[in-house]
Design a protein around this ligand. Structure first.
Ligand code: HEC
Length: 125
C-alpha cells in the first residue's frame, strides 16, 4: 500500500512538472519567439521502423482486437479518435486491456509513441 501511495505521489509530481514545462513553452511563444521543437524524440528515431518492430505484429492483423493499420483502415480508428488524440496516445503509453503498455516498445519515449501513433493513423487513411 505504501508503495502505491508513493507511486501516486510520483505521478502527481510528474504532472506538476509537465504543467510547469508547458507554461514555459506557452510564455516563450507569447514573447513572439519561434515555436520551439517540444517533441523529445529519441536519437535516430524512425516511426515506421519502430512500428514494424513493436506494433506491426498486432496492428497489421488485428490480433486480440487491435485496430488495424493500413490503407483504408481508418474506420477502425474513428471511434477511438473521438476521445481525442491525447487520450489515444495515453492509452498507447499506459496500455489498454490486451494492448500492452508502450506497445512493448520499452525504449520508446512518450513522444516517440505519439509519433508512432501519428504514423499509424497517417498510414490508415
Ligand atoms: C500484443 C498486441 C499489441 C501490440 C504489440 C501493440 N498493440 Fe496497440 N492495441 C492492441 C489491442 C488489442 C488494442 C485494442 C485495445 C482495446 O480496445 O481494448 C490496441 C489499441 C491501440 C491503440 C488505440 C488506443 C485507444 O485509445 O483506442 C493505439 C493508439 C495503439 N494500440 C498503439 C500501439 C503502438 C504505438 C504499438 C507499438 C509501439 C502497439 N499499439 C503495439 C494490441 C497491441
Amino acid at each position: 500500500m505504501q508503495f502505491i501511495k508513493q507511486m501516486k505521489q510520483l505521478v502527481s509530481v510528474k504532472l506538476v512538472l509537465t504543467l510547469i514545462a508547458s507554461l514555459f513553452a506557452f510564455s516563450s511563444l507569447a514573447d513572439g519567439e519561434q515555436p520551439q521543437q517540444l517533441a523529445q524524440l529519441s536519437e535516430g528515431f524512425d516511426a515506421e521502423q519502430k512500428y514494424m518492430a513493436s506494433c506491426f505484429a498486432c496492428h497489421s492483423t488485428g490480433a486480440a482486437g487491435a485496430p488495424r493499420v493500413g490503407a483504408g483502415m481508418m474506420s477502425e480508428w474513428e471511434s477511438r479518435l473521438e476521445k481525442g488524440m491525447d487520450a489515444v496516445v495515453l492509452n498507447a503509453i499506459n496500455g489498454m486491456n490486451t494492448m500492452p503498455a508502450k506497445g512493448l516498445c520499452f525504449d520508446c519515449t512518450d513522444d516517440d509513441l505519439r509519433a508512432i501513433v501519428e504514423y499509424m493513423l497517417a498510414s490508415s487513411e
